[in-house]
Design a protein. Structure first.
Length: 110
């Protein structure tokens, strides 16, 4: 059976915001590569999930998008985190910590 390594529902925003906060401006493909590499290939972001999420985060004011050239001289939208996005990242990190705590409690229950 193949191990499932798709992003847990609700964590994509957290991972994208954290990636952009730490790495700076990136295009979508670079974001997916970053998450996959940093997670040692444990996490995979599908295009069908990423681009709608980037669009929503841009509409929500968490990201800024601008056209630019990739390393291979191709046109792409580059995303960067905004001040509101940094505030949202703090909220997402706090929410993730609460979720981890709850899961840990269930796993330790005997």
């Amino acid at each position: 059976m193949k191990a499932k390594n798709d992003i847990l529902q609700g964590t994509l925003v957290l991972l994208v915001l954290r990636s952009l906060a730490s790495r700076g401006k990136m295009h979508g493909y670079a974001i997916t590569n970053h998450i996959q590499q940093v997670s040692s290939d444990l996490l995979r972001v599908e295009e069908g999930s990423l681009y709608p999420a980037l669009h929503r985060m841009t509409q929500d004011g968490w990201l800024r998008a601008e056209w630019g050239k990739t390393e291979k001289n191709r046109e792409a939208r580059f995303y960067s985190i905004t001040a509101e996005g940094r505030r949202q990242l703090e909220r997402e990190e706090a929410s993730w910590a609460r979720l981890q705590s709850g899961v840990r409690k269930v796993l330790r229950y005997t």
